[in-house]
Design a protein around this ligand. Structure first.
Ligand code: APR
Length: 310
């Protein structure tokens, strides 16, 4: 019998619930929402199910506190944990989220030993490293969401600037998902035309700065939490690439073993994402300036990983 994919989303807050929504609307599979708050994931799953007749999609949507419901998931999306408040960096979340991720991953792995884990909780690269360590999964089956979101922000601001469709903007952001992220204008095009044909360097530098602060800009506006539409959409693009074995080339936080001169850490790089998770890390020939920025970003991520004292 043909079966739908099973996607479990841990943490049914803003990002988790929005992930469930995009996954359902795109008919990527059945969705299980897990949260520690009694009744909340149940309520959101039922509400989502009741939107299906109107929107026209099929699937099973379950909310629970019990990890048994997640058994044999194909993909597990981890969004549980604290979100930023104004003035906080993603690193400020480390202590609180370290304990949550440790507990959540242990529970997930017990019930779905063959799943692919996609992490979203911040600080992203560090929490993804932790998820790999706790799960004991091979590196291809633990991947973090960051680069698609950062590139989406870059693409949005470029499209706004030149007044063209967001669909025609391709952009690449490398590095850690934090203040040191590395937008790479050399790999940024408008339908294949270099971005330098449209935007002078000084203005592009301002757009890059806004991209780096893109998450904080939303936190400042929301005051009570952080972004979720774009983070969730980016996460579900990764889930789609996996459950449909699309073999997309997407910037993700991947485990590096020598690529870009970096070792034993998660870091934002272009990968081939398909049914086996991270099937390949794409190594780019970066120039000296780009490599300097990568090194600075890598040092920040390394420091964060070391701060966990694993
Ligand atoms: N197990 C399951 N769920 C948990 C646990 C746990 N141990 N601890 C917390 N949660 C749940 C909370 O109950 C809450 O519903 O995680 C959810 C987080 O939701 P929000 O507070 O709305 O935060 P959100 O905006 O979704 O961000 C979640 O993703 O983008 C990152 O920086 C962001 O780290 C943050 C995470």
């Amino acid at each position: 019998m043909m079966k739908r994919s099973k996607i479990s989303v841990i943490g049914a807050g803003n990002v988790g619930a929005t992930c469930a929504h995009w996954a359902a609307v795109h008919e990527l599979g059945d969705v299980v929402l897990i949260d520690i708050v009694e009744g909340m994931p149940q309520g959101k799953a039922l509400d989502l199910a009741e939107s299906a007749p109107v929107e026209g999609f099929d699937g099973l949507y379950v909310g629970s506190q019990d990890y048994k419901e997640t058994a044999n998931s194909d993909v597990i999306v981890i969004t549980s944990g604290m979100a930023r408040k104004p003035g906080m960096t993603r690193e400020d979340l480390l202590e609180a989220n370290k304990n949550i991720i440790t507990q959540v991953v242990t529970n997930c792995v017990e019930h779905s030993p063959d799943a692919i884990i996609v992490t979203v909780t911040n600080p992203l690269d560090t929490m993804t490293y932790l998820a790999k360590k706790i799960s004991g999964f091979p590196k291809n089956r633990v991947v973090g969401q960051a680069g698609i979101l950062d590139a989406a922000r870059f693409r949005t601001f470029i499209a706004m600037e030149i007044g063209v469709s967001v669909e025609d903007i391709q952009a690449l952001v490398l590095g850690g998902h934090g203040d040191t992220m590395v937008p790479v204008p050399r790999y940024c095009t408008v339908s294949g035309i270099p971005i330098s044909e449209f935007i002078p360097k000084a203005r592009l530098d301002e757009i890059i700065a806004r991209t780096r602060d893109g998450g904080a800009e939303i936190v400042k506006l929301l005051k009570t939490g952080s972004a979720y539409y774009a983070p969730a959409a980016s996460t579900i693009q990764m889930v789609e690439a996996i459950v449909k074995d699309k073999k997309r080339i997407l910037p993700c936080s991947a485990y590096l073993e020598g690529e870009y001169g970096l070792n034993d850490m998660y870091f934002g790089v272009p990968v081939k994402l398909g049914g086996n998770g991270v099937e390949q890390v794409i190594e780019l020939d970066l120039n000296d300036d780009e490599m300097d920025l990568v090194k600075t970003s890598a040092a920040a991520v390394k420091g964060s990983i070391e701060a966990m004292n694993l």
